[in-house]
Design a protein around this ligand. Structure first.
Ligand code: SF4
Ligand code: SF4
Length: 438
């Protein structure tokens, strides 16, 4: 069967967070297929657990991607600390010529720019994509979904970890469209009465206060923390207060820049210079904001590097937004050839040190795979769960649908992904999302 067609029909998207439609990635011709199994967000384990449990399907996904893209080499990037998963990978790849690249336990090893550099020693051009250095990168779960697609099974489940203040930290597959509260309940419920939920990770995820929100194809994991936890309070600081504090307290020590993973790879990101914009009320602000343009919002500067607990990442987010609004060209840095900083390998931030700083070391425990087979009564499936245009509903209120049935199609000529029902039931609403109830 045509690989690209099967992956397109199954609605596969990048499951690592961005949600880029995978069938479009498979149009490229590349030298390398890289698997991103680095999973560097503290407390999340779902990629390692999935890979260990379904290693043959994940490796099959790599072979499928190689066939589609014409790649002659494949490398699976994973942290050396995932010993059981690495052993499973070694066995599954023994006769297949797929290399396993072991990373140290640091953050953000899973950043695409870092991963590509670690695996093949090539630096993606500033503002560019892996294709420009002959590589395509897929998250482990995306590879699994590609193999499922070739067997005619569309994406109806999401793999995630739930951790923190829950009875049982676990990794599992749940129907796309169930609520965040249901996920917490599956894990035995929260173990603290007043809790707050990070969706997608502590570093790059966000706090979601409405737990009736649905799990989507890109929901990475849930971390439950007590609401009075220092990290929750820090993340909930209003932007205005973040910027006011930064304006008065930043001493320009430049630690935020010195530990920035993108700066260390040679990109012209300099958050300490961006911090200066907080003091500008007249001209010049946009020019100093340019040192935020290549920031990937990894959060390291705000949550680890700054000795004064300021918010350089948020200053960068603001700077990028301001320059976009002013319609300014993206700053890609001086045109000289990219070269990683000589201190790059020595300044990797160990996950243990990061967890210590975040105050989550006490939640660092395994989240083993649970085959839960959850029977959902109701699901809500947003029409946009991917990068690009929303999908177009092809069902109406009152229709009966089967699990796996197509319910929303890619609009003609647009970048998007198909959506399938994750349960059997009746369509009860069609607006920005399709609701299905048993
Ligand atoms: S690390 Fe903190 S104090 Fe130092 S320059 Fe950056 S924002 Fe300012
Ligand atoms: S969030 Fe901070 S550390 Fe991360 S890329 Fe941006 S500037 Fe660098």
């Amino acid at each position: 069967m045509d690989i690209q067609k099967a992956v397109r029909e199954a609605g596969v998207v990048g499951a690592g967070g961005a949600g880029f439609p995978t069938h479009v990635k498979l149009e490229s011709k590349v030298d390398y297929v890289l698997a991103n199994g680095a999973e560097c967000e503290p407390l999340l384990h779902k990629d390692a657990e999935l890979t260990e449990t379904y290693v043959d399907q994940v490796i099959r996904g790599m072979e499928i991607s190689m066939e589609a893209t014409g790649a002659t080499e494949a490398i699976f990037g994973i942290k050396g600390k995932r010993k059981k998963t690495v052993a499973a990978l070694e066995e599954a790849t023994a006769s297949k010529g797929i290399k396993i690249q072991l990373f140290g336990d640091y953050y953000p090893a899973g950043d695409e720019f870092v991963l590509v550099y670690e695996c093949i020693g090539r630096l993606i051009p500033a503002g560019g994509i892996p294709l420009q250095v002959g590589a395509v990168v897929h998250n482990s779960e995306t590879l699994y979904n590609m193999a499922e697609a070739m067997d005619g099974r569309p994406v109806t489940e999401k793999i995630l970890t739930v951790a923190g203040e829950v009875k049982t930290a676990m990794s599992m597959a749940v129907p796309v469209g169930i609520t965040l509260q249901e996920v917490i309940d599956i894990a035995g419920g929260a173990t603290t009465p007043d809790y707050t939920v990070f969706v997608g990770g502590l570093m790059m995820g966000k706090i979601v206060q409405d737990l009736s929100q649905p799990v989507t194809k890109t929901t990475g994991g849930l971390i439950v923390l007590p609401t009075d936890h220092r990290l929750v309070q820090r993340v909930l600081t209003p932007n205005k207060a973040m910027h006011r504090i930064g304006k008065s307290a930043c001493d320009q020590c430049s630690y935020c820049t010195e530990f920035c993973p993108r700066y260390l790879l040679g990109y012209d990101v300099q958050p300490h210079k961006v911090m200066r914009t907080l003091g500008f009320t007249a001209s010049g602000k946009h020019n100093w904001s340019k040192w935020a343009d290549l920031c990937c919002s990894c959060g390291l500067c705000t949550l680890y590097s700054c000795p004064e607990d300021l918010f350089p990442k948020e200053a960068c987010d603001q700077a990028v937004a301001d320059r976009k609004e002013a319609d300014m060209d993206r700053w890609l840095g001086p045109s000289a050839e990219l070269k990683a900083h000589p201190m790059e390998p020595g300044r990797h931030v160990p996950i243990t040190a990061l967890m210590q700083k975040l105050g989550v070391k006490n939640y660092d425990r395994p989240a083993p795979w649970h085959a839960i087979n959850y029977e959902a009564r109701k699901v809500t499936l947003p029409l946009r769960q991917h990068l690009g245009a929303p999908a177009e509903a092809v069902v109406n209120v009152g229709d009966q649908v089967r699990k796996g049935q197509l319910i929303a199609e890619i609009p003609e000529g647009k970048l998007a992904a198909r959506i399938h029902s994750s349960i059997e039931g009746a369509v009860t609403a069609v607006n920005g999302a399709i609701t299905i109830e048993q």
